[in-house]
Unconditional design. Structure first.
Length: 262
C-alpha cells in the first residue's frame, strides 16, 4: 500500500481520465441492479457526477443526492447536472449528512476502496437506506490486476516505485465486498465481475489521459527524466494495439448488491 494520499479535485481532468471508464462499467452495473423508477437515490462519493448523470438519464429517479468531500469535483457535478433532480453537497462517506431511512437506492461507484474504514462507510450507507432498499457498489479489482492503469503500475513496480493506491484497496475484492455487505445486515446479496474495454486513438492519447489523475502521475513523477522514454516504451509494449495504431485497454471491476431487511 502506498502512503501517498490520492485526491481528485479537478472535475474536468477526472472526467477524461476516469469518468469515461466509470460510465462504461456503470452501464452494465445498472443493467444488473435493475433499479425501479421514481425512487430516491444517494450517490456516495459522487465525484464529478459521472455516475450521477447516468442515474438521472437512465433511471427516472424522483430525487438524487450526491455527496463528495471535494468541492472542486462537486462544482463540476453541479454544472453538468444543472436543472435536473440531482443535488450535491460536501460530506464524507463515514458521516453522511442525512437522516436514517432517507433513500430507496444507495450507491458507491468506485468509492469503497477510498474509505479509510470500509465497514463504517457501508454501515452509514445502510443507515440512510429505507427498509427494503438496495445498497450497491462497484470498484476496480486492483489487487487482481483489473485496474485501468495496470500496465503503468506494473512497470512502476518493476522500477521499485510503489504506485499510489487507495487506502483500503483490499475492499474491492469480491469476497470482501460480500462480507462487508453481510456484516452490515444486508440480505439477498449478489456479486459479479464487470469487464469493459476503452479505445484510445493512439499511445499518446492513452498516456496523456492516464496522467490526468494522481494514481499514475504521482508514480511517474519519481522516474528520472532520462529514463522516462524507455519507461513509456515498456508500457506501450504491454498494451494491445490494432492495425490503425489505436490502443485497446481492458479493465475489470467487482460489483455487489444487497437489500436492507424490510
Amino acid at each position: 500500500m502506498s502512503d501517498t494520499q490520492i485526491r481528485f479535485d479537478d472535475g474536468a481532468g477526472y472526467e477524461q481520465m476516469m469518468g469515461v471508464w466509470s460510465r462504461l462499467v456503470g452501464e452494465e452495473f445498472l443493467d444488473w441492479v435493475k433499479p425501479p423508477s421514481g425512487v430516491k437515490w444517494i450517490d456516495i462519493g459522487c465525484g464529478n457526477g459521472a455516475f450521477t448523470a447516468m442515474i438521472v438519464d437512465r433511471c427516472a429517479p424522483s430525487a438524487v443526492q450526491g455527496v463528495d468531500p471535494s468541492e472542486g469535483q462537486l462544482a463540476y457535478a453541479r454544472s453538468r447536472l444543472a436543472g435536473s433532480v440531482a443535488e450535491f453537497r460536501q460530506g464524507e462517506g463515514a458521516a453522511l449528512p442525512f437522516a436514517d431511512n432517507s433513500f430507496d437506492m444507495a450507491i458507491m461507484a468506485l468509492v469503497v476502496f477510498f474509505l479509510p474504514d470500509p465497514p463504517k462507510g457501508v454501515s452509514e450507507m445502510v443507515r440512510v437506506l429505507r427498509p427494503g432498499g438496495m445498497a450497491a457498489a462497484y470498484a476496480w479489482d486492483m489487487l487482481g490486476g483489473g485496474f485501468t492503469l495496470e500496465p503503468i503500475f506494473v512497470e512502476l513496480r518493476e522500477m521499485g516505485i510503489s504506485p499510489a493506491l487507495p487506502p483500503s484497496v483490499e475492499a474491492a475484492n469480491t469476497e470482501t465486498l460480500r462480507v462487508l455487505w453481510s456484516n452490515a445486515g444486508l440480505g439477498e446479496i449478489e456479486t459479479r465481475e464487470i469487464t469493459v474495454q476503452r479505445t484510445f486513438n493512439d499511445f499518446d492519447e492513452y498516456w496523456a489521459t492516464s496522467m490526468k489523475g494522481p494514481g499514475a502521475s504521482l508514480g511517474v513523477a519519481g522516474i528520472p527524466p532520462e529514463a522516462l522514454g524507455e519507461f513509456k516504451r515498456r508500457v506501450q509494449a504491454r498494451l494491445t494495439t490494432d492495425a490503425s495504431g489505436r490502443v485497446i485497454c481492458t479493465a475489470r471491476a467487482n460489483a455487489v448488491k444487497g437489500r436492507k431487511p424490510a
